[in-house]
Design a protein around this ligand. Structure first.
Ligand code: HEM
Length: 508
């Protein structure tokens, strides 16, 4: 052990010396990388990044332009920060840029190399995407499972009722996360995963958040791969516990389903049935390992992102009571007091849709998308980007770009009314789900869940901030993981809007 540690240190030292020498006696490369800040020897620009990389990178882009390159230790990272550059990378040269840079942290997950999120494009990744696009996230499949989600929302509203009677504040972050997990797990497994007020909901949120936090955290191992076995930040150690926890849980669900399928019980026709059917197809090498890792991906990629989007949207509405009132007016006019909100109402709620778009524009929950990687040497706007370079697209900076958006930091849902601007990957100034081959496959489910949760909660309850808190004093700080979460969870007090009296149902 000591011998290997010594050997690693010696190789690291030799590499440092090699790097220092080549830094001092550089031969200018005519194939030019995009411009960027001059870095220090060995560590490069590591100190310029800080704990909010999306913000530091946006600041650097003001100085060095919308396409820049940085050196993170021994790794070169190219960053795009404008709609035009995003279009070049995600549309014009999509194929060349569709690879994935795999953070060291995620490699501790058993069978990570089968994960759709981390695979580079190839037959295996294409098969998984095809499965998602043609059998899981289709309108037909999502429509077939919407009854379960509507039912989950009814239960959620019942859970909120005691708060509205006691005047106690609800932890919106916890509520959103538990609800999304149950919406996702009902779509995948037809079961609830957590009880909304239970400790387990919070525990599960922590498991997923820890994965997001450690996978997104700047990691010295990614900058100096030669020393990754030392795990200097302890990231591998921490993240492994969370992955193992999630895998055990998913294994249990798969075992139970295999038993019920063998017993001849009626099919659920949920995502798990689709995946287990796929395992049985002739000539398919798709097996239980793929099923487990794909479901893990869906929880990790779908849970936190959707819940966080919901929390930011509620936060903006509580900071803008007039906008909340307008959404509630629309709900009153379209749905009325007699019926409850269902997914099928969503297309009739354009103002609500504009509110969600505006919240996603200001708070794209995956601010740097997932890290892309070049699949070959690429020429981009006259610059040379070598094969296997990490490429970040700063969706956060792009959707706050003053050259593209009027008053970019203001919350103004009206900007989306009567506009074609959309998050489905065609408008490169607004790419919260990415675009091109790597666009989020869960978008159709995510959009349904966020709208359904918002519409249901705002239809049944009015919401106000806890006593003493003013809209302008709500804490808007965000902590960076793969996702951008609110640092201070949102608390809000509900009061019932629909009251049933002897003379009928009234809505306030
Ligand atoms: C509001 C909620 C969501 C947002 C903002 C979001 C955003 C994103 C973004 C930005 C990416 C990376 C795109 C890129 O690298 O270019 C992504 C990838 C992904 N998302 Fe989502 N997502 C959300 C919800 C979901 C849901 C509900 C699911 C599934 C249940 C999901 C599954 C995935 C998967 C599996 C990937 C990796 C795809 C690949 O690499 O090929 N996401 N998402």
């Amino acid at each position: 052990m000591a011998f290997w540690a010594l050997l690693s240190w010696i190789s690291f030292l030799l590499l440092c010396i090699h790097y220092l020498v080549s830094f001092l006696f550089r031969i200018p490369d005519r194939r030019k990388l995009p411009p960027g800040p001059i870095g220090l020897p060995i560590i490069g620009n590591l100190l310029s990044i800080g704990n909010k990389p999306h913000e530091s990178l946006a600041g650097l882009a003001m100085k060095f332009g919308p396409l820049m390159s940085l050196r993170m230790g021994f790794a070169t990272v190219v960053v795009a920060s404008s709609a035009r550059m995003a279009k070049e990378i995600l549309q014009t040269k999509d194929k060349e840029f569709a690879g994935r840079f795999i953070p060291d942290a995620v490699t501790v997950q058993a069978n990570y190399e089968l994960s759709m999120a981390w695979l580079s494009p190839g037959p295996c990744w294409r098969n998984l995407r095809r499965l998602c696009n043609t059998q899981m996230f289709t309108s037909q499949r999502l429509d077939a499972l919407q009854g379960l989600r509507n039912q989950k929302m009814e239960e959620l509203l019942k859970n909120i009722e005691p708060f509205s009677l006691s005047g106690e504040a609800v932890n919106v972050s916890q509520l959103a996360f538990a609800t999304v997990l149950n919406l996702v797990s009902n779509t995948v497994f037809s079961v609830d995963l957590v009880d909304f007020r239970s400790e387990s909901a919070q525990e599960f949120k922590n498991v997923v958040w820890r994965i997001m936090k450690y996978a997104g955290k700047p990691n010295i191992s990614d900058c100096f791969p030669q020393i990754k076995s030392f795990d200097l930040h302890g990231i591998r150690r921490h993240i492994k516990v969370s992955y193992d926890h999630l895998h055990r849980l998913i294994d249990d669900f798969i075992d139970q389903r295999l038993e019920t399928r063998e017993s001849g019980a009626p099919r659920k026709n949920d995502f798990l049935d689709v995946l287990l059917d796929h395992c049985k197809e002739d000539g398919s090498n798709f097996d239980r390992r793929y099923v487990k890792i794909l479901i893990t991906d869906l929880y990790i990629a779908g849970g936190d992102t959707t819940a966080t989007t919901f929390e930011w949207t509620m936060t903006e509405l509580l900071r803008h009571p007039n906008t909340m009132e307008k959404v509630q007016r629309e709900l009153r006019e379209v749905i009325g007091a007699e019926q409850s909100v269902e997914e099928c109402h969503i297309p009739q709620l354009p103002y609500l849709e504009a509110v969600v778009k505006e919240a996603l524009r200001l708070h794209p929950t995956v601010p740097l998308l997932l890290p892309h990687r070049t699949e070959s040497d690429v020429e981009l706007c006259g610059y040379f980007i070598p094969k296997h370079t990490q490429v970040l697209v700063n969706a956060w900076a792009i959707s706050r770009d003053a050259d593209y958006w009027e008053k970019p930091t203001n919350f103004m849902p009206e900007r989306f009314l009567g506009s074609d601007a959309d998050y489905r990957g065609q408008d490169f100034g607004f790419i919260p789900f990415g675009s091109g081959r790597r666009i989020c496959p869960g978008l159709p489910l995510a959009v349904r869940m966020v709208h359904l949760m918002l519409a249901s909660l705002l239809h049944s309850f009015s919401w106000k901030l806890p006593d003493g808190m003013k809209p302008e004093t709500v804490d808007m700080d965000a902590k960076f993981g793969v996702t951008l979460q609110k640092t201070v969870p949102l608390l809000a007090i509900p009061s019932k809007r629909i009251v049933v009296t002897d003379i009928g149902t009234t809505m306030y």
